[in-house]
Design a protein around this ligand. Sequence first.
Ligand code: BGC
Length: 736
Amino acid sequence: MRKIKNVILLGTLACSSIFAQQKPVYLDESKPIEQRVEDALSRMTLEEKVAMCHAQSKFSSAGVPRLGIPENWATDGPHGIRPEVLWDEWDQAGWTNDSCIAFPALTCLAATWNKDMALLYGKSIGEEARYRNKNILLGPGVNIYRTPLNGRNFEYMGEDPYLASRMVVPYIQGVQSNGVAACVKHFALNNQEIDRHTVNVNVDDRALYEIYLPAFKAAVQEGKAWAIMGAYNKYKGQWACHNQYLLNDILRGEWGFDGVVVSDWGGVNSTKQAIYNGLDMEFGSWTDGLSEGASNAYDNYYLAKPFLKLLQSGEVKVEEVDKKVRNILRLAFRTTMDSKRPWGSFGTVEHAAAGRKIAEEGIVLLQNKNNVLPIDLNKAKKIVVVGENAIKSMTVGGGSSSLKARYEISPLDGIKGRVGTQTQVVYARGYVGDASGNYNGVTSGQDLTENRSESELISEAVNMAKDADVVIFIGGLNKSDFQDSEGNDRKHLELPYNQDKVITELSKANKNLVVVNISGNAVAMPWANTVPAIVQSWYNGSESGASLASILVGDANPSGKLPFTFPVKLDDNGAHKLGEYPGNGEVTYNESIFVGYRWIDKEKIKPLFPFGHGLSYTTFAYGKVSADKKEMDADGKMTFSVSVKNTGNREGAEIVQLYISDLKSSLPRPVKELKDFQKIVLKPGEEKVVTFTIDKSALSFFDAAKHDWVAESGDFEALIGASSTDVKTKVGFKLR
Ligand code: BGC
């Protein structure tokens, strides 16, 4: 018996040691990732390598089946997991189990100014992606808000590079904790939709490094993003998806990016440039399905057969494909081949609750005269809701970020659901915007057709409004073409569909008017002086209406602040004032670093609502800021402290902002720049001391001649503000 046992034991040991010996290095998760990459690479044929560098369907690319390396599956992004499309078409696949939780748009996330919300967002959407078996999430987007007309601003994080940088990092970390790569987009300078496939962006190095690149740099170096997406536009005459300067010099050279560069869909235009200028994976190229692509369109991709031929002929060295495949293999080991990655979850109540929390923290109370808000439900017996955006589905539309949501609570339903039966809620359409409800093959299922005339709609709303306790107008933009939507920009700053007139008439009919603007962009508000309460809401996804209702009745105390400036008119924006938008094939960013509040400050313009602005139902008092020393040495740090007290009678959160001002410099600098912020929660009467510690980087500018960051010695000021124009206290200091 003992003999038999020994034989079995020996046999087992022998087998496991043979197995251990035979286990290839690339499958051995105890080995360093680079060793595994080299091992896998050494086993691959040229054909297998090339197959990895381009799409095999609308959203997937090949793995190496022979070696057990899975395919890559990408998904939009960035506000929820896109419904499945057909293998070879943009049309919906018609699945019945791909309805996601729609999260608030990234503008809303930025408006929370809360890094914990960004982490929660990333973790939640990453779980949804993982459950759907995607290993690349096409988001977040961090293109800077240069003009309020950009149709895709709603997918980005506002006008300030510091705010966008701080918010993008936790989003990425959250997504990637699921073994799903965040694919940060669109790198770089994709700041308008007009001519996005052709426009060549001319920008000086200072603006490039100080304004347009920092959020991408933070995403790469701090967020450790595993993927990045090239933009459609050109820079220095080369398309951004294969761009020597952006991809080879900056992204990989200066920042040390070791992830995958993915093209935007159809963003590749040349095989040679795609080979040499930093691209790894090509997606979405167009083939006509006749002469090209009659059998397999994907063979005709720039990085498919044409690439293979060049490699086979020796015209292109194998090292070029190896460079790309290394990055793609690294992605596989970080995602699909990580045996410890979690399983994810989809459409859960936890995700819905996360979306709601983010929305409640991101909605911004812009104005609240006479304390019209929050609505006192003990007093308000009749509420009139007016406007198309109170009922229109907003998760559908807008381009590639369009979603098929598991559900979406409209503002009207959110309000009705919250106020209960004690208060009557009646609705009037007020205006007709876009009644279609059909975008990108996803239909909202709504038929908003309305045959009454403009004046009939207005008189109905006005008549209802006359004897209401509160009137809530819910309008703004929507996700239709030429509004907040991909592929085109807005045509003007004004609200569309004659909404200004409806609002003006309502303000005459009832003094308790609340205007809720739902948009991803600033809009003109010529009626701002006659409307007591204005709320900036966003495309807030599944829980949109519920979160808005919470704010309106005061269940949640507003604590969002604007991530971009609301100018009075377009000319109050540098890009428009200086005339280079949208350009004509070429667009030159003449305003340079003076984007958003930097332009407003420089030109001493009074904005409609400034960057960083947002009110609360409570009030805060700021103490005097102090610095821990008078001088900072070049390698040192400096700490500023300020006390903030809740002087109202309910709990609330305040976003305390630190701006730095360089009083004298050899180059023109913005009057001030955001360099830190903190969101603090205070009970009534509670006081907290907020501290900010900065180092030299907060004082530096990008010196184009030196191609480096420079902090000049001299006098600076630290300004503590409740917004970019509401500076509460300041203190001077020197850099030695
Ligand atoms: C958009 C990307 C998107 C891709 C895939 C492109 O048109 O610019 O942001 O991820 O399509 O849908």
